[in-house]
Write a protein that binds this ligand. Structure first.
Ligand SMILES: *Cc1c(COP(=O)(O)O)cnc(C)c1O
Length: 424
């Protein structure tokens, strides 16, 4: 739904003007771009692995140097003491996902966190055991749901209710989610959705889904892998029970980098909320008394089991320094324009036979467009690659492009268009 009055133009000059007017354009210089024939590639794969902040190296070196200089004393003597290293991320993450600081913590990796949170918030019984989720979720999430159901003694076929797009469509209707929740009512234990679907790029109305889940007494959780760092969210105000994400996609923290969780404070403050425990979740004040009897912290930190994986977290701080400087609203506004402009340009390419399966409504998508090719998809993908545009290929015939507001430009989008135009 490109607004007509916007009058986008398919010219490099126009793209340059858009870049000149972009107040975030300088952030591009904070990242390292892979090179193609001596030039920066056009990098549209931030939905898979975000680019490296130039400052990341310095952050790793700091920890290696502190380890060398202090040994075990680094737990307290390091520039950022390892004892409380996880606390370096709290304030930034709270801002990014719309939470208070006691509701978030950086720890583990995404799927691990999803399982840990399910152990707290998916506690089914004979009456209430169903999980409502989107069809076509990321495979790791499907496997997690499947084995959680099995773990509790339920048949996944019966326990998991998948909401699929209607025939011939690619997006999921919120009214269909609502209908399923109403239909299964007091059998629903958990509603779990990806914030942005990894394949179609559909962004769900998280507030509305949370309300629907709560209206039947179910818990609600979100996997925010593709929403964190590009959508404005208010997890606390939306009364979401829990969420988790990874930091190597839009949060640019490096391959396999530390994940993050959100747990609503109504649960963190409740000592009866079940957590699988480890010493780093135990009350800080008595942690080193090494006594029996788990006493959880009153914050999301109580889900931590182990001490911080410092060497896996250093780049996260480098990246969050950049997020601290920008507002999520500004980022989301730029993302909106950038993706709309990409859509506008792609629609000019009438010689190529593809359909954009990402929702038309800009408010219902993340910063990603998924192009479903009727023919020549692989050829187009390879042509882009050969010409220095890094996109992502999903079998059987989808190219995903993710113009990232923090480091992509309107000219990047234009360059992609120009290269695709060259395919006859
Ligand atoms: C990227 C992604 C994952 C990956 O999980 P890891 O545990 O970090 O390997 C899981 N779920 C979704 C929705 C993703 O987008």
């Amino acid at each position: 739904m490109v607004t007509e009055d916007k009058a986008y133009k398919a010219t490099r000059n126009y793209a340059r003007e858009m870049d000149d007017a972009d107040t975030l354009s300088g952030y591009r210089n904070r990242f390292l771009f892979p090179q193609h024939k001596g030039k920066d590639v056009v990098y549209f794969c931030g939905n898979s692995l975000g680019l490296q902040p130039k400052s990341a190296k310095e952050y790793y070196e700091q920890e290696l140097n502190d380890w060398a200089a202090f040994g075990v004393e680094g737990h307290f003597q390091a520039k950022r003491p390892w004892f409380s290293y996880h606390k370096n991320f709290t304030e930034s993450l709270a801002k990014i996902v719309g939470a208070s600081q006691n509701e978030v913590v950086a720890m583990n990796s995404l799927t691990v966190n999803l399982h840990l949170l399910m152990l707290s918030f998916y506690q089914p019984n004979k009456q209430r055991y169903k999980i409502i989720m989107e069809a076509g979720a990321f495979p790791s999430d499907m496997y997690a749901m499947e084995t959680q159901a099995l773990f509790h003694g339920f048949d996944p076929e019966d326990a998991i209710v998948e909401i699929a797009p209607r025939k011939g469509e690619h997006g999921i209707h919120h009214s269909d989610i609502e209908a399923a929740i109403k239909k299964h009512k007091n059998k629903v234990a958990l509603v779990l959705f990806g914030g942005v679907n990894y394949y179609t790029g559909q962004y769900f109305d998280l507030k509305r889904i949370a309300e629907m889940a709560h209206s039947v007494g179910a818990m609600v959780g979100f996997d925010l892998a593709h929403a964190v760092g590009n959508k404005v969210m208010h997890l606390h105000d939306w009364d979401v029970d829990f969420a988790c994400w990874c930091s190597y996609k839009y949060l640019n923290s490096g391959p396999g980098a530390v994940g993050g969780i959100f747990v609503h404070e109504k649960h963190t403050k409740n000592k009866d909320t079940f957590r699988l425990a480890g010493w780093w979740g135990h009350d800080e004040k008595t942690r080193f008394k090494m006594k029996k009897g788990f006493k959880p912290m009153k914050t999301a930190e109580s889900w931590q089991m182990s001490n911080a994986q410092v060497l896996n977290m250093a780049a996260h701080r480098a990246s969050l320094d950049i997020f601290d400087e920008v507002s999520m609203t500004d980022l989301a506004n730029k993302s909106y324009e950038l993706t709309n402009y990409a859509e506008f340009l792609l629609r000019q390419l009438t010689q190529l036979k593809f359909e954009i399966i990402t929702p038309d409504n800009p408010l219902e998508r993340g910063c990603q467009l998924s192009l479903l090719f009727k023919s020549k998809g692989k050829e187009v993908f390879e042509h882009l690659q050969k010409n220095g545009v890094i996109a992502d290929w999903r079998e059987p015939n989808v190219i995903r492009i993710a113009p990232v507001p923090l480091y992509n430009s309107f000219q990047d989008v234009y360059t992609m268009y120009e290269i695709m135009k060259g395919i006859k």
